[in-house]
Structures are given as C-alpha cells and as structure tokens.
Design a protein around this ligand. Structure first.
Ligand SMILES: CC(C)(COP(=O)(O)OP(=O)(O)OC[C@H]1O[C@@H](n2cnc3c(N)ncnc32)[C@H](O)[C@@H]1OP(=O)(O)O)[C@@H](O)C(=O)NCCC(=O)NCCS
Length: 224
C-alpha cells in the first residue's frame, strides 16, 4: 500500500508523533477527512473513509475505524475503539477504554463513562447480522456499563454505573443494575448535559482551554 498521506486535516490542528491518519485498508476509497483545530495524542489511528468535524480531541491509542461520521467538538479519550460505521453527533464525550461496535449511532451532547461496552450481536458466532445501540441526545452513560445490541436509549436518559441494559430505555429515565431496572429520572438529575463541560479541566495532563468555547447554554441538539 502507498505510504502517501491519505487524509485531509483542517487548520490549526496538532498531531503528535506516531499518529496514523487515513489508515489504508483493502478497498478503501476516500481519505479520512478531519476538520480544523483537531488534537491527536500519540498512538491514535483514524482509518480512511471516516469523516470528523471541527475541534476533535483524540487520546492516546484511540482507534477510529472506517466509515465513521463524527460531528464537531467530540472528545474521545485514550484506548477507546470505534469499530467503523459508527455515527456520532456533536458535543459528545467518550472517556477512556470504551468499546463502540459498528452500526452504533450516538446523538448530540452524550457522555459515555470509562470502560463502557456497547454490543451489536445478540447471538455472536451463532447468527449473522449486527445492530449496534441507538443512543439519543443528552444521554449520560456511566462507567462500566454494558448496552446490548439494537437497544435504544431515549433522550436525556441516565444509565447508572455498572448497569447492564438489554432493553430499550425511554427518554428521561434512570436505568440501574443488572439487568437494568428503569425508573423516572429524578428531577435533581437535570434536563440535559452542559456543553461547557466537554472540553477543559477534565484532562489532568492537558489543561489548555478550548480556544473557541461555546456560548453559555448552547445546545447543538437544538440546531440539528
Ligand atoms: C446513578 C447514580 C447517579 C446514583 O447516585 P445517587 O443518587 O447518589 O444514588 P444513591 O446512593 O442515593 O442510591 C439510590 C438508590 O439507587 C441505588 N444505586 C445507586 N447507584 C447505583 C448503581 N450504579 N447501580 C445500581 N443501583 C444503584 C442505591 O442502592 C439506592 O437504592 P435504593 O433506593 O433501593 O436504596 C450513581 O450511582 C452513578 O452511577 N453515577 C454515575 C457515575 C459514573 O459512572 N461516572 C462516570 C464518570 S467518571
């Protein structure tokens, strides 16, 4: 395969050594396209045929495979994997060591806690066909959560740490435990995620402020 660069990268981006953008795989067609002000830490890999918006922040050894579509202002921390054909909206924060299988869709302003696993096959190695979870807008998924194949998580739902969610969760609900039990979302959990918390302060080792913060109260879901 050619070693020629196979990506387009927007202005004011920072790419550490040992980052691979536009990884070529057999049959790849288009370069990886990444917007402006992206930041890649060492070891990150982005496949060809993936499109990423502006202000992307990517941790060490994150792997983003082919045919992913990722919106603006998305943060993916170290060791996380997007298996390809994953769609992610705007203002999404994915913590470290998260696994996202192909055909998953994630809305705007979603938080996914560390070590969470999304799944896309109900009877793996027994029955063909995959369907990843469908995550709405303003969802919080805690650390160490498992979400089953084809499960829909409604807008503004909150999935407690360690939950195993194999059935749909309606909007504005709280899901806890294994198997997850669903309750109405307590009022104190709020009515949505705060865009101001996506960048800045969350990474002990990179405290640089985002140069173009969102206006206070901005909600990308409202723009969609
Ligand atoms: C869901 C959550 C917010 C609940 O916190 P809380 O309101 O302080 O909960 P409480 O300690 O008051 O417990 C309320 C009830 O929920 C249960 N509960 C709380 N957290 C639970 C969890 N993660 N799984 C299952 N049950 C849980 C408690 O046992 C208690 O049950 P009861 O009403 O039968 O007595 C919290 O457990 C959680 O998961 N936060 C997310 C943390 C996270 O993953 N962060 C990621 C970034 S690092």
């Amino acid at each position: 395969m050619s070693s020629e660069a196979f990506y387009e990268l927007g202005a004011d981006s920072e790419v550490a050594p040992q980052v691979q953008l536009g990884y070529r795989y057999p049959g790849c067609r288009e370069p990886a396209r990444i917007g402006r002000r992206a930041r890649f830490h060492s070891g990150a890999v982005v496949y060809a045929d993936t499109v990423i918006g502006d202000h992307f922040s990517c941790g060490h050894n994150a792997t983003i495979r082919a045919e992913c579509t990722i919106g603006d202002r998305v943060v993916i921390l170290h060791g996380s994997t997007l298996e390809g054909r994953v769609t992610i909206g705007t203002g999404v924060k994915i913590m470290a060591h998260v696994y996202i299988p192909s055909t998953t869709t994630i809305g705007n302003m979603v938080f996914i806690g560390p070590g969470t696993n999304l799944l896309n096959a109900k009877l793996p190695m027994r029955k063909a066909g995959v369907q990843g979870p469908m995550i709405g807008n303003h969802v919080v998924i805690g650390g160490g959560v498992t979400i089953g194949p084809g499960v829909t998580i409604g807008d503004n739902a909150f999935i407690a740490a360690g939950a195993v969610v194999m059935k749909d969760v309606p909007p504005n609900s709280l899901a806890l435990g294994c198997p997850a039990q669903v309750r109405p979302l307590p009022a104190e959990f709020g009515a949505g995620n705060d865009p101001a918390q996506i960048f800045g302060g969350a990474d002990l080792w990179d405290q640089r402020p985002n140069p173009e913060p969102w206006p206070e109260g901005f909600d990308p879901s409202a723009e969609a």
